[in-house]
Ligand binder design. Structure first.
Ligand code: NAD
Length: 437
């Protein structure tokens, strides 16, 4: 199969490389010249474990190409995936589909022969219909089908997720296109990954419903955590206790500083907007969005309380900035709101993140960045664990304590056993755990 991937970001690049690894001939197109140039040189513009090696191997195998020439890449393709960004539209929270529609127009102009155009980007219900309309308008003569194939990979584990997905959702009512999609994913369903076929609108909604459900699950346990703190219960055990019920499941029940990242915030908001537009509001998700929004600044208030009620002129050491470990993605990371709220209250922020600092530097101009956890802890009044990178899971507390002005640890991910931290002479504050000293 000759596959063209429009957009070489977190999704397009990973999907393209994995398809090449299955033996397909893949061309990744991006309109940022510097990105394409560095990919050609073997320099990966994002941090994703395992990606660099996979790109190198498939480049060497001659199955993976990078270009800015969309028309050239599309003209010979059997399948063209659209994997461009669909961020929140400024002002109203709807998904901004301008990149998707622009790509559709460019694809239409260039395609020859029967072409399957697949939206891999997360797009609201009905977008496939509009993509089809645009292509038909641009090229009334074209032989094509538009398919929805949402992506469920998680940054940080993207390659494993892509190669061993729980399911592959394909929204298509065109038998020829469905056959092509079966062929594209054949190497995967030989590995027993179920292909789930449905109509295009249902497929588009599955992606949003899935993300909204997960965001709601996180928000549920976060609210339980707040209640635990008030009543003297332990949210870790509540999560475990309910998670053992198979109807609930134990995933996505980790209390923390609120969900962030490039998907959940924008996708929950876009679903809320779609539902309102169709006069079918989804109150549960409206509430999820509102609760999560307030949670991040509430985390800053937790830090302020841990510092005795004021952080003015205090030194705060933040461990982890990205929205989760093993990625450099800073989009909508909870750390952004937490840092802002602490700075609003007069704090001096020192931070360290293993992969996120290059991007964070532009987004957090008044933060001082350090070389590791220990260097930023020097003279700090509080150490705040924001993102649970492996490097922060086994800090040497004996070494840390004498470095700090005050031995206080605010653990927003419940990584540390409170008793152990307290035994080392620290004041410990977790999430949804009994606050005893
Ligand atoms: P991204 O911003 O990392 O990548 C998008 C890329 O598309 C950019 O490199 C951009 O330069 C390029 N692009 C935009 N318009 C183009 C055009 N006309 N021609 C060529 N290239 C173009 O975004 P992402 O995180 O990869 O997300 C892409 C889509 O996948 C979004 O809809 C997102 O919601 C969805 N998604 C993302 C994830 C994730 O974990 N990041 C997971 C599942 C689904």
């Amino acid at each position: 199969m000759r596959i063209t991937m429009i957009g070489a970001g977190y999704v397009g690049l990973v999907s393209g490389v994995c398809f090449a690894d299955f033996g397909h001939d893949v061309t990744c197109v991006d309109n940022i010249e510097s990105k394409v140039e560095s990919l050609r040189q073997g320099v990966i513009p994002i941090f994703e474990p395992g990606l660099e090696d996979l790109v190198r191997a498939n480049r060497k195998g001659g199955r993976l190409h990078f270009t800015t020439d969309l028309a050239g890449a599309v003209s010979n393709a059997d399948v063209v995936f659209i994997a461009v960004g669909t961020p929140s539209r400024r002002g109203d929270g709807h998904a901004d589909l301008s990149y998707v529609y622009a790509a559709a127009r460019d694809i239409a102009k260039a395609m020859t022969g029967f072409t399957v155009v697949v939206t891999k980007s997360t797009v609201p219900v009905g977008t496939g219909d509009e993509v089809e309309r645009i292509i038909r308008e641009e090229r009334p003569d074209a032989d094509f089908a538009v398919v929805s194939n949402p992506e469920f990979l998680r940054e940080g584990a993207a390659i494993a997720d892509f190669k061993r997905p729980d399911r592959i959702v394909i929204g298509s009512q065109d038998e020829r296109a469905s056959e092509v999609m079966r062929e594209v994913y054949r190497p995967l369903y030989l590995n027993a990954a179920p292909l789930f076929f449905c109509d295009r609108r249902t497929s588009e909604l599955i992606k949003y419903a899935g993300n909204a459900f997960l965001a709601m699950k996180i928000t549920f346990i976060n609210e339980m955590a707040d209640l635990c703190e008030k009543v003297g219960a332990d949210v870790q055990k509540v999560a475990k206790g309910i998670g053992m019920d198979k109807r609930i499941g134990d995933k996505f029940l980790h209390a923390g500083p609120g969900y962030g990242g490039s998907c959940f915030p924008k996708d929950t908001m876009a679903l809320v907007k779609t539902a309102q537009d169709h006069d079918s509001p989804i109150r549960l998700i409206e509430t999820t969005v509102a609760v999560n929004d307030t949670r991040k600044r509430a985390m800053a208030r937790k830090v302020i309380a841990a510092c005795g009620g004021s952080v003015r002129d205090k030194k705060i050491a933040l461990l982890g900035l990205t929205f989760k470990p093993n990625t450099d993605d800073m989009r909508d990371a909870p750390s952004l709101s937490i840092v802002q709220a602490l700075q609003d209250n007069g704090a001096n922020i020192h931070a360290y993140d293993p992969e996120g600092m290059d991007v964070a530097k532009d987004m957090m101009p008044d933060v001082t960045f350090g070389a590791d956890a220990y260097s930023i802890a020097e003279g700090a009044d509080v150490l705040v664990l924001v993102t649970e990178w492996d490097a922060f899971r086994a800090l040497d507390l004996r070494r840390l304590k004498p470095l700090m002005a005050q031995p206080v640890l605010v653990d927003l991910r419940n990584v540390y056993p409170p008793d152990e931290v307290r035994r080392h002479g620290f004041v410990y504050h977790g999430i949804g755990r009994r606050e005893i000293s």
